[in-house]
Design a binder for this molecule. Structure first.
Ligand code: NAG
Ligand code: NAG
Ligand code: NAG
Ligand code: NAG
Length: 488
């Protein structure tokens, strides 16, 4: 117990006070050296020019990789009808899908329009301090909120969204402002999701009609008749986000003036040193340009990636927005959620876990339960997650459903083997090579070391002690800390 506690404390201190002293494995070390070279040369020329080649070289602020887990909150006017998913307006009026048309016909009076839903977004139970308490208890370190989805409704009183924002209609509140204040009070990093395009905005449709040769919807900064870019600058200046999660990209990044915005963001904005961005800045950028890569929704490649990436995924498997008609089996179980977390982090990703609040500002108990279960798991196993690095093996070469991370503890490298299935009597791992009388093995959340033998087939064979059911350190996915391996 003593050793376990000590390591925990040292780690906590390392993570809290000095993330930069955590050392890297050799592969990461090389990446970091490259980053530092870039940093050095930036200090000389100071500014990032507005092109992808230069912007892609900006080192990702360290907080992001270390944080590992974020919560994605998708909430807007679509949360009022709350059937099928958050693309409701487009499916109903854009594609005229029969089940949407029929739903509206059956339940609303003739002439009812999508904007009529906005006044029903009353948010009468919304308490952003309560939301934040839940997010904090989940163990997540950042929260990303939909400030504006493709419907164009801004959740803050934007000067560029006349009469289609949360202060003029519906809640009559600055939702983004309230949430940002709550998150900061609880030391959670602030991420703002923002959709570049809007399904039905006439200016956007005009540009689209002109094959994106005009920019009436996008530029310029001081013209209040334009929309998307002025809005983004307004968000950054008012709320000083740590992360901008851009989305929704018909049109190229040059149509969106994305590199101009990012150059401003990294060179001059009030968040230039700490801000992180993603890769959704136009049809030409996804999985290629920007800060971290999101590639596709629910991207989870199962192998190590060259660049920092994020798995943006949902607890409700079928929707990002709230659905009243969801069924229990359509939600991830806690076992499935933890498997996604572990696979993602072992391969160098962060995971962004979506929860969908209801139109009235409540978060349904099923989402609450998943998040608090995750928090209880992280409470025991945090040292294998926060601030960790991918190991040389991502999953075991022999035993299925075992994933690895590593962490520097003072002068020693700890390797964590995370097994998604409880091993019966012994756990054979082929990838870690132990050293007789030197390698120590622990099960996180229990006292003392575990016995092991070198296997004739190579690798380590850990003897699992008998643990009474009510003494198990956790109920899903168990973590073994391996110290002083030959191949750490
Ligand atoms: C909108 O413009 C007014 C007047 O310039 C300014 O005081 C206010 O802060 C602006 N709102 C936002 C959200 O930036
Ligand atoms: C957007 O790009 C256009 C054309 O390159 C330029 O004229 C305009 O000033 C840019 N606007 C912003 C806000 O960067
Ligand atoms: C895990 O490891 C094995 C053996 O090294 C490999 O073939 C497999 O593709 C890996 N990934 C997954 C998701 O199991
Ligand atoms: C691991 O140890 C157990 C118990 O002694 C044994 O049955 C098993 O064959 C060993 N596995 C390997 C791969 O060495």
């Amino acid at each position: 117990m003593f050793i376990v506690k000590n390591v925990n404390i040292i780690l906590r201190i390392l993570i809290l006070l000095c993330p930069c002293t955590v050392e890297f494995n050799s592969q990461n070390q090389k990446v970091v050296e490259e980053f530092n070279t870039v940093k050095q040369s930036n200090r000389e020329d100071k500014l990032y020019p507005p092109n992808w080649e230069a912007l892609d070289k900006r080192p990702l602020p360290v907080w992001y990789d270390s944080a590992k887990i974020g919560i994605f909150v998708v909430w807007g006017v679509y949360s009022v009808p709350s059937v099928y998913n958050e693309w409701f307006w487009y499916r109903w009026k854009g594609q005229k899908e029969p089940k949407y048309v029929e739903f509206m016909h059956k339940n609303y009076k003739p002439g009812f329009t999508y904007p009529d839903f906005a006044s029903m977004l009353k948010a009468e139970f919304l308490d952003t301090d309560e939301w934040t308490k839940l997010f904090k208890s989940s163990g997540a370190e950042y929260v990303v909120f939909t400030t504006k989805h493709h419907e164009g409704f801004t959740m803050w009183p934007s000067n560029y969204s006349f009469n289609w924002n949360s202060m003029s209609v519906g809640p009559k509140r600055d939702i983004v402002g309230e949430l940002v204040t709550s998150l900061r009070k609880q030391d959670l990093r602030v991420g703002l999701y923002h959709s570049l395009f809007e399904w039905f905005n006439p200016l956007f449709l005009q540009d689209k009609g002109n094959n994106f040769k005009t920019q009436k919807f996008v530029a310029t900064l001081d013209d209040t008749t334009t929309k998307t870019m002025p809005e983004l600058y307004e968000l950054v200046n008012n709320y000083k986000p740590d992360l901008i999660w851009s989305d929704g990209c018909p049109g190229t990044s040059s149509y969106w003036n994305a590199t101009e915005f990012l150059a401003w963001l990294y060179n001059y904005s009030p968040v230039k040193d700490e801000v992180v961005t993603n890769d959704r800045w136009g049809t030409d950028t996804m999985c290629k340009h920007g800060g971290f890569l999101t590639c596709t929704d629910r991207f989870n490649p199962g192998k190590l990636q060259k660049r920092k990436w994020e798995n943006a995924m949902t607890i409700d498997k079928l929707s990002w927005g709230f659905r009243r008609n969801a069924k229990l089996e359509e939600f991830l179980t806690i076992e499935e959620l933890i498997a996604s977390i572990v696979e993602t982090i072992s391969c160098g990703g962060n995971i962004l876990i979506n929860v969908a609040p209801s139109y009235d500002g409540t978060i349904q108990p099923l989402f609450q339960e998943r998040l608090t279960q995750m928090g209880s798991w992280l409470h025991v196993n945090f040292e294998a997650i926060y601030g960790s690095f991918p190991w040389k093996y991502q999953n075991d070469t022999f035993t299925p459903r075992v994933w690895y991370t590593e962490q520097q503890i003072k002068t020693t490298k700890a390797v964590y083997a995370i097994t998604l299935d409880w091993p019966d009597k012994y756990l054979y791992l082929q990838s870690p090579i132990p050293v007789q009388d030197q390698t120590f093995v622990y099960l996180l959340g229990t006292e003392g070391q575990l016995q092991w033998t070198s296997s004739p087939q190579g690798g380590i064979n850990i003897t699992i002690p008998y643990i009474p059911y009510n003494k198990m350190p956790c109920q899903w996915a168990w973590v073994f800390r391996l110290l002083d391996l030959q191949n750490a």
